[in-house]
Design a protein around this ligand. Sequence first.
Ligand code: SF4
Length: 223
Amino acid sequence: MSDEQVEKKYGAYICTGCGIGDRLDAGELESTASRDGRMNVVKQHEMLCSKEGVQMIRDDIDNDGVNHAVIIACSRRAKVEAFDFNDIAMTRCNIREGVIWARPDTDEAKETTQEMANDYIRMSCGEIKQMNKPSASGQQSRNPNVLVVGGGITGMTAAIEAAEAGYTVHLVEKSGALGGHVAQLHKRVPFKAAPQGTPNSPDANLPMPEDTGIEDMIAAVEG
Ligand code: SF4
């Protein structure tokens, strides 16, 4: 059955944690999601990213047929692992960083902050209506082979990632040895800079050159 033929059931999940419940009227957010956003299921949780909060959403997906969800909480860059519902269409409505963190916490601003959050919810509910449940393109099974040219750090990274994604990887390297330029290095430059204001003296606790880690990568590729 194609995605267009599957009945869409919409769920909106409002988090009141991280100060959202203190700054906004969660009951009004619920009304906005159901009345204006036309969500079929609207629920609140005091910490949506907790085990219980995530389970509440999972139960609605598994038992109540929710297949399109709006997570009304923090930025989509936060709690990515917690909200990893890859069997449904999902979007994130950012009322933490986007609304309460961006607005002054004053009595005077309270009403417009609430209006802003309501608008964010209306937009996210509009967005989810345009989304479809993820489905396979059908092309994956045609050729499960990936050719990676070059066995330096970039080629090996690509090879490992592709293999972890389930592809059969053919890695070719003209020199006959893996590792490329990095394999010639004794150490690499540290990724972390010294904290601002650290004096450039032999006594300062400066980040030191680190192992390249290339041997582990070569072992992973050869394995
Ligand atoms: S991190 Fe996000 S989901 Fe978790 S309590 Fe805070 S706003 Fe809610």
